[in-house]
Write a protein of this length. Structure first.
Length: 114
């Protein structure tokens, strides 16, 4: 009975860790899609808008594109940071509470025999 409870506890802990890892992976993939695909639809328009708003020479169109690229790098860095944070919370998937409980039980039985 006690062993079954420990196994269930270990399963629950591993499931929790794997869930956190999957959340990190999903957020990382979402961030990649956001940065690579989602912004592509707006990049060209934002670059032209930035060029129109920025106080630059009217013949230097490239400044609008540089401005938009800088914003994209910032968003990509933020998304990468969040993904790394989620992945760090879930790794490694080890049932720490179950191991601690098993060690307590082992110590208790050793004291009872001695």
């Amino acid at each position: 009975m006690l062993v079954r409870e420990e196994i269930e506890l270990a399963k629950a802990e591993v499931t929790e860790k794997v869930t956190k890892l999957l959340k990190g992976i999903v957020v990382g993939i979402s961030a990649g899609i956001f940065v690579v695909v989602g912004l592509l639809f707006l990049l060209h328009g934002f670059a032209w808008l930035a060029w129109d708003v920025l106080p630059v020479n009217r013949n230097e169109i490239f400044w609008g594109f540089f401005f938009v690229a800088g914003l994209l790098f910032l968003l990509g860095g933020l998304a990468g940071y969040l993904a790394a944070r989620f992945l760090r919370e879930g790794a490694p998937p080890k049932p720490e509470m179950a191991i601690d409980e098993a060690q307590k039980i082992k110590r208790t039985f050793k004291r009872g025999k001695g």
